[in-house]
Structures are given as C-alpha cells and as structure tokens.
Design a protein around this ligand. Structure first.
Ligand SMILES: Nc1ncnc2c1ncn2[C@@H]1O[C@H](COP(=O)(O)OP(=O)(O)OP(=O)(O)O)[C@@H](O)[C@H]1O
Length: 709
C-alpha cells in the first residue's frame, strides 16, 4: 500500500458473453466465443492508465475444470485474453473489463472454467499488487446461460447435471403407506468403492413420474425433469451436509401405484465444485425404473437396475477366472514337485546340469544294478550346488545307456523319486541330471564306502580272519600291528548305523513317502562311515500308492504287500526289521536258500528270521515286533529309534564287549561265496538257488528260538 495507492480490499466478478466470429491468422476462419468478464474491485480508486491485468499466471488464471464427459483435453486450446480496460464505477470501485476468447468447438460440450484475478499490475509503481480477496468465478458454458450467445442450432445443451452416472446402487422399498397416506420410502445404498466413491463430492437423486409410453432400450424410464422432484445428498464432513452416509432414503410423496417412477444417482469427481450441479430447463433424462410391486403390502420390492444381470455375469466370470488361475497354479505346483507331468521341462530345468561340468571316469565302475552301471564322476571345481562334495568333487553317475525301454522308465522313476524325497543328511542326494550323447546321466552324491551290505560283509570277513588268527577283539587289547581298525566294526557302530537308517525313514515318513525297497544294499555308507539312504525308484505316496512287491525285494517285503495290499510306512517298518537283521548278522543272507516265490508261504505260516548269533535279545525282540502280521501292531520308526538308543547305551565305544563274535557255521553265511556286488539281474541270480523245505525251516527256526511259532 505504498506509492500513494490504496489497498484493494475486495473484488467481485460479473460475467457477460456473446458469440463472435473471429478470424484465425493461420488455419482459416473459426468460430470463437468471446466472453466479457467484469471484475469489480472495491477500495481501488480509478486512475487513468495506472492499472493493468497481465497475461501471466499470477495476474489472471483461466483454468479448465474437467468434467466427467470431458475426454479430449489435448484438443482444447487455452482461452486468450483479447483486451483489458478499466472503468471508473465510482465509490472507490474500479471495474476491470476483460474480453476473453474461448474456442467454440469445445463449447459444444458443456465446459467449465475457473477465472481468477489474483493480482493487478501497478504501472505507476512498477509492481504487482496482490488482491486480498481473489476475484474468482466458475463459468459453465451452456450457451443460453451466457447473455447474448446465440447457439440454439449450433450447440446442443443438456440441462441435467453433468456427472458420473452411477449404476452401482441398489434400491429397496422399505415402507409403503397406502391408502391412508400414499407415500413410499425407498432406501438407496451405494456400493462401497464404486466409482471411486470416496472422491465423489455430490450425489443427486432425481425421481419423478416416468414419461408415458417412453422407455429406453435398456428398460430405463425417461424422466421429465419439469415434473421431477429433486433431492440432493452430499459427502460427509461438509458443513451443510447431514443426510449422507452411503445409505439414504427417498420419500415419494403422493405415490401413485399406477404410474412408473425413476431414480438416477450421479456423482461428481471434480473436487473444486462447491455447489451441486444445477438442474434446469425442460430436458428429459433416462433413469432406472423404480417399480414398486404392490402384490403384497407387507413385502414390496424394487426391480434391480437394468444392468444388474450383467454385473452378476461379470461377477461369475471373475470367480471362474480366479478358479482357473488357482487350477493353473495347482497344476504348475504339481508339475514342479514332480508328482505330475513327468519329464516336463520346468522341473528338468531345475536339475539339469551343464554337460561340461561333469567328467565321467568310464573305466571306474563302482557298482552295477538292475538299472545300469554306476561310474565314478567328478564335477568341475567351479560347480557349487546345495550338496557338499568331497575335496575332489567326486560324484556317482548312473547311466541308462544300455537299458531296454522298460528299464529306462525305471531309471527315470529313480530320478523322480530322488526329487520327491528331497534333501536330508541321512539321504543320498540327487545332484542333478546331465544329458550326454542322447543318454541321461543320474548324478548323485558319492559314498566311497559303497553299500551297507558289502560294507558289513567286508568287515565280517576281516573279523572272521582275525578270529581265525586267534585274535579276540573283546578280550585283550591286541597289538595295533595285528589289526587294521578301519576294517572292523563295533557293536556300537552297528547300533549307530541302525539308528541313522531309522532317522532317514522318519524323514520319509514325515513326507508320507513309503520307500518300498528298504534293504542293506540300498543304504550307502559315506566316506565318514555315515548312512545315506538311497534307491528311491520304488517309492509311493498317498496319491500314488503301491501294492506289489518290488522285484528282488520279496525277502524284505511286509506280509500285507506280499498279499497285494497297499504298502504304508509300517510296511517299511517290516523291511527295516530285516535290515536290522542284516546289520546284526553283519551281512547275512535272509532266508538263505529260499527263492522269492516261497517267501509269502513261509511268512504266512509264521516263519520269521532267526535270531542272529550274538545279537542282543532286546534287538531281536524289536525285530520280531517289526514282523508282526498286522501293520498297526508294529512299532513306529520313532518308537524303534528310542528302543535302539536305549539298547545302544550298553555298548559305548569303550565297553569291554564291543565286538560281535561271528560264527561262520551259521546258515545265513552259507551262500556268502557269491560276491554281493554282482548285478542283481534276473538272468544273473544273486545267490545260488538250492532246494528248500518250509516245514524244515520252521522247525529249525523254532529250535533256534526255543519256542513254537
Ligand atoms: N552314490 C553312490 N556312491 C557309491 N556307490 C554307489 C552309489 N550308488 C550306487 N553305488 C554302488 O553301485 C551299486 C549299484 O547301484 P544301483 O543303484 O545301480 O543298484 P542297486 O541299488 O545295488 O540294486 P538295484 O538293482 O536293486 O537298484 C550299489 O550297490 C553301490 O555299491
């Protein structure tokens, strides 16, 4: 307020407009809408040539307020300030008269602009003078509302409020008071989150009698706005807003059951709107039919909005799509875990190894089985996987190279089984698969001490040799020179091995996996003499049950499986009993001269393996319990584990009687002449086949046990 000018206390705006033909310099003639805006500035005395309105942002702003139907923002050109002049209106008030040019094309749509005069330029003092009260005005161009505009033919004007028509609402008649008081109360609820509800500013409900004989294609009635009664609702937290709470009711006075009523709700997203949209004129709007059924005065209904069926269908489509997605995820998971889609690329990708990371020593065969030869291999030093290898990165590699078609499928079953079982410290880990020259190589952890059966036989032979030399391991501490301690095995170690197998079986049980082929030959011994359970080619799960004995496994098979019943983890318990027997005979041959076909008859008659020489009676008792006819009578692996631990306490590493005394005369060593490493193919019988007599075996068993079976 310096420079001898008075401060501007307030200002107000008035508006006048007219259509005028302007000629654009480039692009030819184009209709322009010229609008005269008049701003009254109280407290500002007129002074010739002193004041000016600049065409910059702080002085005059003309903001377009987009409305829901305005979609062509890019084609909208900003209005131009054509001219400004100041008029003395007396009483210390100056009027600023501005001529603004708007693009007429856009006026064919209803458009709203906000004009704001924020400051005027004081030419005398060469500075901007901020207005204490900004002169601002929202102007909606609807032609006839702008004085002088003649756009009856050129511009079509819709007089119903331009707002987002809302379809996400439901109406329900809650009360109908007829005939005493013909009035209907309609409860209207708007769905949450519909149309970004939280951003909505106003909701307007119209209702009125629908036009006679008029109905849109969608079954809407057409409201004659002149006859419509109007209720307005607004958002909460507005001073003058009390009715809104997302559910509101509408009362139709003088309800006439013979005519149709309509309802329409709209919401305005433009937060700068301070007043509800204005309804004027004689336009007609389409609305949802509000049909009151008068079949029963007690329960009345309103027909759902016309598009509710469509919404329901869309809803169902979403549910179906969701279920489909779940199904796809489920199938992918099953494929990924190897239960379905055998050999699918996704899972083989996971285990497929680079051919160059593996070197196979073709001349070093570490074993032969039904499904191929096992070679020693080595992984390159830069291979780092989840399995910890020895310092030479050695691995065992099984190949399917010479297998026929049916054996090849068994070979792949073994790989799939290993994937299903997963990793555990007592389980032989699958490292991966390599495809080389069209053959698949099964790469596994390498156990330098081979399989448990050969391991035990080797120890027993050495210990028998020592016995032959008169060395009694349990009596005197023999001189170190006479004994290779790596080649003997203590009772304590036998317990440890049994306990570790039990742990591996508990792990399988925790995954509801039945091994089906548990035997000492399928247990590997690592370089540090620990157990690694192997051979998962015959595993079964609750979804893939097994009810046939595995080839070459009859002697380890539970009775129910020999009978063709389904194998369970308790069937593995039976097999474990036979493995315990193998451990405490140090590699004895169960049912030494009985062929597979004779096993079921023997077992059904009650014949059980005899007590190994030197075996603790508690352990033999445990074995017998694992061979009980009814699976549920057998101990579980966790019970077995506890029983083994209890028994093992008697045999600490430094106990005085810590080694088995082996009787070479036992019948289960009789066919020990054959190497156990010989491949167990059907054409190459593992053991010499001799005659057998079940009755004789049973009586022999009874003799050894000391009681009748
Ligand atoms: N990961 C390994 N580490 C060390 N030796 C192994 C490994 N895998 C197998 N072997 C040796 O190779 C032999 C043959 O194994 P393979 O799995 O082919 O047959 P198997 O298990 O003995 O008999 P089956 O024919 O019943 O499967 C084993 O007995 C074992 O001595």
């Amino acid at each position: 307020c310096s420079c001898s000018s008075k401060c501007v206390k307030s200002s107000s705006m008035a508006l006048k407009g007219r259509i005028r033909q302007e000629t654009e310099e480039e692009g030819g003639p184009e209709a322009k809408l010229a609008v005269m805006a008049v701003v009254y500035m109280d407290g500002l005395p007129y002074e010739e040539g002193r004041w000016d309105v600049l065409k910059n942002e702080s002085s005059l702003t003309i903001d377009w307020l987009p409305m829901s139907h305005d979609v062509i923002e890019s084609s909208r050109r900003p209005p131009k300030l054509k001219s400004v002049h100041f008029v003395d209106v007396g009483q210390e008030t100056t009027a600023i008269v501005m001529e603004l040019l708007f693009d007429l094309l856009n006026m064919k749509l209803r458009s709203t602009y906000e004009l704001r005069v924020g400051s005027i330029y004081d030419t005398k003092c060469d500075r901007m003078l901020d207005l204490t009260t900004h002169a601002a005005l929202n102007v909606t161009f609807a032609c006839e509302r702008i004085i002088g505009a003649d756009c009856r033919d050129a511009i079509k004007i819709d007089h119903h409020p331009v707002c987002n028509l809302m379809r996400n609402y439901h109406t329900r008649v809650v009360e109908l008071k007829i005939p005493e008081d013909p009035q209907v109360d309609v409860l209207i609820s708007i769905e949450k989150n519909a149309h970004r509800l939280r951003k909505m500013r106003y909701f307007v409900i119209f209702y009125g009698k629908c036009e006679e004989n008029s109905k849109t294609d969608q079954g809407e009635c057409v409201l004659d706005m002149e006859k419509a009664e109007i209720s307005r609702f607004c958002v909460p937290n507005r001073a003058n807003c009390t009715k809104y709470n997302r559910k509101f009711s509408l009362t139709i006075e003088n309800y006439d059951a013979s005519v149709r009523y309509g309802v329409q709700i709209c919401g305005i997203l433009d937060h700068r709107f301070e007043a509800p949209p204005i309804v004027a004129g004689t336009s007609k709007i389409a609305a949802d039919a509000l049909t009151v059924s008068t079949k029963s005065t007690a329960s009345l209904s309103v027909i759902a909005p016309a598009d509710s069926l469509l919404r329901t269908l869309i809803g169902y489509a979403f549910v179906l799509a969701f279920l489909l997605i779940i199904l796809i995820i489920f199938i992918s998971y099953k494929c990924a875990t190897g239960r379905w889609c055998k050999g699918n690329t996704q899972e083989s990708d996971q285990f497929l190894m680079d051919e160059n990371s593996l070197t196979i020593f073709e001349d070093i065969i570490i074993g032969k089985g039904r499904f191929g030869t096992v070679h020693l291999g080595q992984l390159s030093s830069d291979w780092h996987g989840p399995v910890v290898l020895d310092d030479q990165q050695r691995v065992a590699v099984k190949t399917n190279r010479y297998l026929d078609k049916s054996r090849k499928s068994d070979f792949f079953d073994e790989i799939e089984g290993a994937k299903e079982v997963g990793r555990h410290s007592r389980v032989l880990s699958l490292i991966g698969t390599v495809v080389k020259n069209g053959n698949v190589l099964h790469v596994m952890e390498y156990c330098s001490n081979g399989n448990l059966l050969d391991y035990l036989i080797g120890k027993r032979r050495y210990m028998v040799e020592l016995q032959g030399k008169g060395v009694n391991l349990n009596e005197s501490l023999p001189s170190l020179n006479d004994i290779d301690f790596d080649e003997v095995i203590s009772i304590h170690d036998l317990y440890r091995i049994a306990s570790q197998i039990c742990t591996a079986m508990m792990f399988l049980g925790s995954k509801s996996i039945v091994h089906n082929a548990l035997c000492a030959r399928h247990v590997m011994i690592s370089s540090d003499h620990n157990v690694k359970l192997a051979d998962f080619g015959s595993i079964s799960t609750p979804t893939t049950p097994n009810c046939t004995p595995v080839e070459n496994q009859y002697k380890w098979c539970a009775l129910e499986l020999l009978r063709g019943e389904t194998a369970t983890c308790l069937s593995d318990v039976w097999s474990f009993g036979v493995v315990l027997w193998e451990i405490f005979t140090m590699g004895g041959c169960p049912y030494y001269n009985v062929p597979d076909v004779g096993i079921r008859g023997l077992v059904e008659k009650g014949f059980r393996l005899q007590k190994p020489d030197g075996c603790n009676i508690q352990i033999y008792q445990l074995m017998r319990e694992t061979w009980l006819d009814s699976p549920t009578d057998r101990p579980t692996f966790s019970q077995i584990s506890q029983r083994i631990s209890q028994s093992a306490t008697q045999f600490s590493p430094d106990a005085s009687r810590n080694f088995l005394t082996i009787s070479t005369l036992c019948d289960y060593y009789l066919d020990d002449v054959t190497s156990r490493s010989t491949p167990a193919t059907s054409s190459l019988p593992r053991r010499q086949q001799t005659h057998y007599d079940a009755a004789a075996l049973i009586s022999e068993s009874e003799r050894l046990l000391g009681y009748r079976l």
